[in-house]
Design a protein around this ligand. Sequence first.
Ligand code: ATP
Length: 136
Amino acid sequence: MAEKSFHLEIVTPRRIVYNAPAVSFSAPGTIGGFQVLYNHAPLVSSLRVGDVKVIEQDGKEIHYATSGGFVEVRDNRVTLLAETAERSDEIDVARAQAAHDRAAKRLSKGESDVDVERARAALARALNRLRISEVQ
Ligand code: ATP
């Protein structure tokens, strides 16, 4: 028997990333990771940089690198408004490596004109993309 599903929509400012049924949605909430299954209680959560995992009705698992956003769960509808969301096999590894190296270099120089918070955030996004690009 098919597992009970809910409707999932993942949207970024640039595109609709996902718009279909799913049986499981796991996300990096700012106060801890969480999983949504069929009939989950209503929820609103902000997200941090991390891995969004979706399990589809046929059991296929999809991973997305996200750099944050907001999730709403209500009436078996899950909506993720994400700043960015790239499927693991869409990640440009060379680009993420270059972003990583740029941010690491800025942080290691320790110069006063470096925006440390911005460089740290860029480093976290790049490390996350590199990690998720390796997930099948
Ligand atoms: P970069 O310095 O390489 O632009 P970034 O972390 O500053 O990296 P973001 O601002 O998070 O980039 O994303 C800008 C857009 O580029 C988003 O649409 C995001 O999905 C896409 N993007 C960023 N890095 C990658 C990557 N390595 N592979 C695929 N898409 C990427």
